[in-house]
Design a protein around this ligand. Structure first.
Ligand code: AMP
Length: 282
């Protein structure tokens, strides 16, 4: 196993990427907030298929958390993360500090409409996508990769990033990778460590109810008629639902009626103190 390059600053990242570029090699970027699990690792594997060199970024971005959210207790496991990245064969880990990303006097941010105001995550986390868009734009401009890989797990985020790179002419291909799940269907998430044993036992109901509702929709049932029992079931096992909706998979616009091609079911729900999100193709 070759050791990966640890790049703690933007200058170190740029110097490393310059060396690869000079050698004619292509570069893929995998942005993460660390606490890496098999979902993140699958993004690195996809990246390796698509470029000669892979940089994973580990940065718990303060600006995408609201003051009431879990920034300070978000899991930080840098040593284990670097070991996992080494094992999967990433070439470098970019681990900037908040001071490096947001130096004294930093005052620019990116705000989008369109997918960022679809009325899903943005309804419950109104400042979230401004933080995500700004940090992702920075990471893309710092690394200038050929391709960047993001998970479909954060489906609205993926749409926001596609819109952002198109609107700002950032020359990068954005790839959306499928959600990696535990064997019982729960979408892997760094936040799953917050779940108590009882909550962990209930958590797969989210995906199970969505899968059932999606099947009923494909079988011809009206969207709302299929979603209502799913909402009731999810609530009855102890979730507080923020939303469970079917949307257009590209624009995230609201849809009505019955099945057609290109629909996505998205959910966000709180179980105790943990907020889970998931989505599936309908
Ligand atoms: P995070 O560290 O949660 O910000 O996630 C970093 C990247 O990994 C994002 O592009 C996520 O969408 C992606 N990701 C998170 N969980 C999963 C999963 N279970 N399967 C695939 N990708 C994921």
């Amino acid at each position: 196993m070759t050791a990966i390059a640890l790049l703690p600053t933007v200058a170190a990242l740029r110097a490393q990427v310059r060396l690869w570029r000079d050698a004619g090699q292509s570069v893929a970027l995998v942005p993460t907030m660390g606490a890496l699990h098999a979902g993140h690792i699958s993004l690195v594997e996809q990246a390796k298929q698509r470029a000669d060199r892979v940089v994973a970024t580990i940065f718990v971005n303060p600006t995408q958390f609201a003051p009431t959210e879990d920034f300070s207790k978000y899991p930080r496991t840098l040593e284990a993360d670097v070991a996992k990245l080494t094992e999967v064969g990433a070439d470098a880990a970019f681990t900037p500090t908040a001071e490096d990303m947001y130096p004294e006097g930093f005052c620019t941010s990116i705000t989008l409409r369109g997918p960022a105001t679809a009325g899903l995550e943005d309804r419950f986390r109104p400042t979230h996508f401004q933080g995500v868009a700004t940090v992702v734009a920075k990471l893309l401009l710092q690394a200038l990769p050929d391709v960047a890989i993001f998970g479909q797990k954060d489906f609205q985020q993926l749409a926001v990033i596609r819109q952002l790179t198109a609107d700002l002419d950032i020359p990068v291909e954005i790839v959306g990778a499928p959600t990696v799940r535990e064997s019982d269907g729960l979408a892997m998430s760094s936040r799953n460590v917050y779940l108590t044993d009882e909550e962990r036992a209930v958590a797969p109901m989210l995906n199970r109810c969505m899968t059932r509702a999606a099947q009923r929709i494909r079988d011809g049932e009206a969207l709302e008629a299929a979603l209502t029992p799913a909402r009731n079931k999810i609530a009855s096992v102890g979730f507080e639902i923020d939303y469970l909706e079917v949307r257009d998979a590209v624009t995230l616009a609201s849809v009505e009626g019955r099945y057609r091609k290109g629909l996505r079911m998205l959910v966000a729900a709180r179980l105790g103190r943990t907020r889970l999100i998931d989505n599936i193709e309908v």
